[in-house]
Design a protein around this ligand. Structure first.
Ligand code: CTP
Length: 418
């Protein structure tokens, strides 16, 4: 998403400036061309040489240094960029921008740009909570400036509270959001992710290889596109996506309960979770001991098919997307699930193909829609696959007044089991 993008990174004078070096590196690694603009005070914390080395571009810190021919430095730089991120953003820079002051290169450039501007504030908790800063932040938000953080935690001044600069990876995520069109604004997207885990005793369970990476990528992509996102996640070790409501579950039955509770407010549901089809009939209350006799035989019973239930009770304007994890006859399996579960689209992947499926960061899928489209998505990062899927969802959502099958005449209460 950041590949080939011209990003301006404004660094102001706070101790969090050292974390901006890491941010600069993360942006560069993702293929962005980063131009760093430092304030005079920022240079008390980090040197321009550090940013120059990491970004590979000269660092700007003096107001009148970038005159090249007829170009005026701050205007030329501001015109070329796709986005501007200020990290850390001190109370001072927020105050200057909110009040129309432009007395150095950075504040002048912010005033001279039409590109999206993202602030990552960092300051002492008392300063952050002060009426002046809060007032400035409110005014900036009203004018369309984007914010990420600050986070809560132990601050450099030794106090605990809100004021820590957001983690650089979260800033990257927020920046990607700023650069993405908000074509899912106003939508509530419910995503499920990860495996379910079905216990047989307090220490053992059956499950599957799902890592949750595809579902989490979908949740992040939906946030980027401006949706309100509810992520219902089975056990994973992944960090929660920024700005998504995360509900953690363990078993298929818990996932069903959570999904059915939330589904009524979702306009889009994407079931990326690898739900276990069966669970042990009984769960021993104590650990089954090796010495207690012959190996136990595991009797299984079926779990509810959550997606099928959603399909049966779907509102005509709701978009329902499933996944088909296949190891053979992928296309046939996916088409059967698309029809049986009454989906708008299904994302099929061969989980045994190299660079596809569980644990890896890439995927290669084919999307089938209820209206007969077949969209091949070659191997790419799960983030990019997620974007393709949500691009399609946005398109389906725009045309969702026309359901692709006849709604049942007598629709039961939305979440009736059956
Ligand atoms: N799914 C579900 N509840 C289940 C099983 C699957 O909601 N108990 C959903 C998955 O989240 C996925 C879709 O149904 O979106 C297809 O899941 P998959 O495991 O590929 O297929 P199954 O329907 O379980 O059929 P099979 O295992 O026989 O391929």
């Amino acid at each position: 998403m950041l590949r080939g993008k011209e990003i301006l990174l404004g660094v102001t004078g706070g101790i969090a400036a050292y974390k901006s070096v890491y941010l600069c590196r993360e942006l560069t690694v993702r293929g962005a061309n980063v131009h760093v603009v430092m304030t005079k005070n920022a240079m008390n914390f980090v040197t321009p040489l550090t940013f120059q080395t990491i970004s590979g571009n000269p660092v700007t810190h003096r107001m009148f240094e970038l005159f090249r021919g007829p170009e005026i430095g701050h205007v030329a730089l501001a015109d070329r960029a796709h986005a501007l991120v200020v990290a850390p953003a001190t109370a001072n820079i927020l105050g200057k921008v909110a009040n129309g002051l432009a007395d150095d290169f950075l504040s002048t450039m912010i005033m001279a740009t039409r590109v999206p501007v993202l602030f990552a504030p960092a300051m002492n908790v008392v300063m952050w909570e002060s009426a002046a800063v809060q007032d400035n932040v409110r005014r900036l938000k009203e004018r369309g400036f984007a914010f990420v953080g600050p986070a809560e935690g132990e601050l450099a001044c030794g106090v605990k509270g809100k004021g820590k600069m957001a983690d650089p990876l979260q800033i990257v995520e927020a920046l990607e959001g700023v650069l993405t069109p908000d074509d899912l604004a106003g939508e509530t997207v419910l995503v499920t992710a990860g495996p379910t885990l079905e216990p047989m005793d307090p220490v053992r369970f059956i499950s599957n290889h799902s890592s949750g990476k595809m579902g989490y990528a979908l949740a992040r992509a939906a946030v980027r596109r401006g949706a309100r996102v509810i992520l219902i996640s089975g056990p994973t070790s992944l960090p929660p996506p920024l700005n998504a409501e995360v509900i953690r579950v363990t078993t298929a039955r818990e996932m069903r309960e959570a999904v059915l509770t939330q589904a009524g407010r979702a306009s889009v549901i994407v079931m990326a979770a690898a739900v276990c089809d069966w669970r042990p009939v009984a769960m021993a209350s104590q650990k089954i001991k090796k010495r207690s006799g012959a190996p136990p035989s595991l009797e299984l019973e079926p779990n509810p098919d959550i997606l099928k239930e959603l399909g049966r009770n779907k509102r005509p304007d709701q978009i329902l997307v499933g996944f088909a994890a296949e190891t053979h006859d992928m296309e046939k399996g996916a088409r059967v699930k698309l029809a049986e579960k009454r989906l708008d689209a299904i994302v099929a992947n061969d989980v045994t193909a190299p660079g596809s499926g569980f644990h890896v960061d890439t995927n290669e899928v084919v999307i089938f829609t209820a209206s007969g489209e077949r969209i091949g998505v070659p191997r790419m990062s799960k983030d990019r696959v997620a974007d393709r899927i949500l691009g399609l969802v946005a398109k389906l959502r725009r045309g969702s007044q026309k359901p692709s099958w006849e709604p049942e005449a007598e629709r039961p209460e939305f979440w009736e089991e059956g």
